[in-house]
Ligand binder design. Structure first.
Ligand SMILES: *Cc1c(COP(=O)(O)O)cnc(C)c1O
Length: 369
């Protein structure tokens, strides 16, 4: 194909990708704004992580450690893993992209679920492959639907467990059933971005499933409970052969020094994580209960956010609620692009924001909480 073009032309499929649109940040004209649209923690980062970040500022002329050894060893120590099976990334987003880059060719298929994280679709298409979307049941990943969608072109399956924006999860027994039903050459990606928040006995982030299978990987992030979203720190736990393949294509210095230092300090401070998850647990229950009392439907969540469903009634739809809340300084996430045209996702924020949203939605619904 040596047809001459008048300008550079992207690979087929690239211009079909709808670029990711992050959560809103601004509420014009409102003095006090609470951003509850990106599942960020209201508690910030561990003071120890902030201190490590500051110290790293003293030597910005040096290249980072291309192996991110300090961070990988800290992660390995906390989770009881072999550091050789861990690779770090510039946010887990980078790792999701590398997986597609390495395991997908044009013509291949990647399976994602109806309300799955949009980054999966973007990265599958970015690799020239075809996203195959399967239905969820009750806003929850449906293992049978995934298995039914497998073809001889399937090379990768992405699930977020727990899911975003749904906040639901599948138990480890279901994850194992999914693995057992997939062909051995299909990579099963378990995105456990919210694992720290889950308090369910039948949940497992993926560590055990990865350890006992050659085709399963787990991705994790420091952007949520660890409060380091600005630094872009993620990691993957995977079989040695997968780590080896990913290591060949990643940027040689994909992790910057302040991110490595702050990440390592953050994960060593598990007391801070305990505090953050306890705070979250209390508020996820209070917010869910209060919104139900107001008359709104809420998908039961094991994470740090809730998916709120609005009545299909003029003036009471999600878009109306979004405007109403924004005018009061509460920014939630519209989730139309995730297949929820009449819902909003609310991240658990500081106490005054949680109370404020409950009060405002009570007023909006005409049923004070
Ligand atoms: C927030 C989030 C991530 C984290 O992405 P980073 O690139 O690590 O910030 C990954 N997956 C899901 C489902 C998320 O919601």
């Amino acid at each position: 194909m040596s047809v001459e073009m008048s300008k550079p032309v992207p690979r087929p499929g690239i211009l079909d990708i709808a670029a990711y649109v992050p959560g809103k940040e601004h509420a014009p004209g409102v003095a006090r704004v609470y951003k509850l649209s990106s599942n960020e923690t209201p508690l910030g980062a561990s003071p120890k992580a902030i201190e490590a970040f500051r110290e790293a500022a003293g030597h910005l002329e040096r290249y980072p450690d291309g192996q991110a050894i300090e961070l990988r060893e800290a992660i390995a120590a906390v989770h009881g893993l072999n550091p050789a099976n861990i690779m770090c990334g510039n946010g887990s987003d980078e790792l999701l992209g590398l997986l597609c880059h390495v395991y997908l060719s044009p013509g291949d298929e990647g399976i994602i679920t109806e309300h799955g994280f949009l980054v999966y679709k973007i990265q599958i298409m970015g690799a020239g492959a075809t996203p195959v979307v399967v239905k969820e049941t009750d806003h929850t990943v449906d293992v049978d639907a995934i298995l039914a969608a497998v073809t001889d072109k399937t090379k990768i399956v992405f699930i977020a467990n727990p899911g975003n924006p749904t906040g639901t999860y599948i138990p480890v027994s279901e994850v194992r059933r999914l693995q057992a039903g997939l062909p051995k050459h299909v990579v099963l990606v378990l995105d456990a971005a919210y694992a720290e928040y889950v308090r369910r006995n039948d949940y497992e982030s993926g560590i055990e499933v990865v350890s006992s299978n050659a085709n399963v990987v787990m991705t994790r992030t420091f952007s949520k409970v660890y409060g380091l979203a600005a630094l872009r720190v993620g990691w993957i736990y995977a079989p040695a052969e997968i780590i080896d393949a990913l290591n060949r294509v990643r940027g040689p210095f994909n992790m910057n020094t302040p991110a490595i230092a702050a990440g390592a300090a953050a994960i060593r401070d598990q007391a801070f994580v305990q505090e953050a998850t306890s705070f979250n647990q209390m508020w996820i229950e209070k917010v869910t209960g209060a919104l139900e009392t107001i008359g709104l439907k809420v998908t039961p969540s094991v994470t740090n956010f809730v998916l709120i469903h609005f009545p299909d009634v003029d003036g009471k739809r999600a878009a109306d609620a979004d405007d109403f809340l924004t005018s009061r300084g509460y920014i939630l996430r519209a989730v139309r692009s995730y297949g929820f045209p009449n819902s909003l996702r609310m991240s658990i924020g500081p106490e005054e924001a949680n109370r404020g949203v409950i009060e405002a939605l009570g007023e909006f619904m005409g049923r004070p909480a």
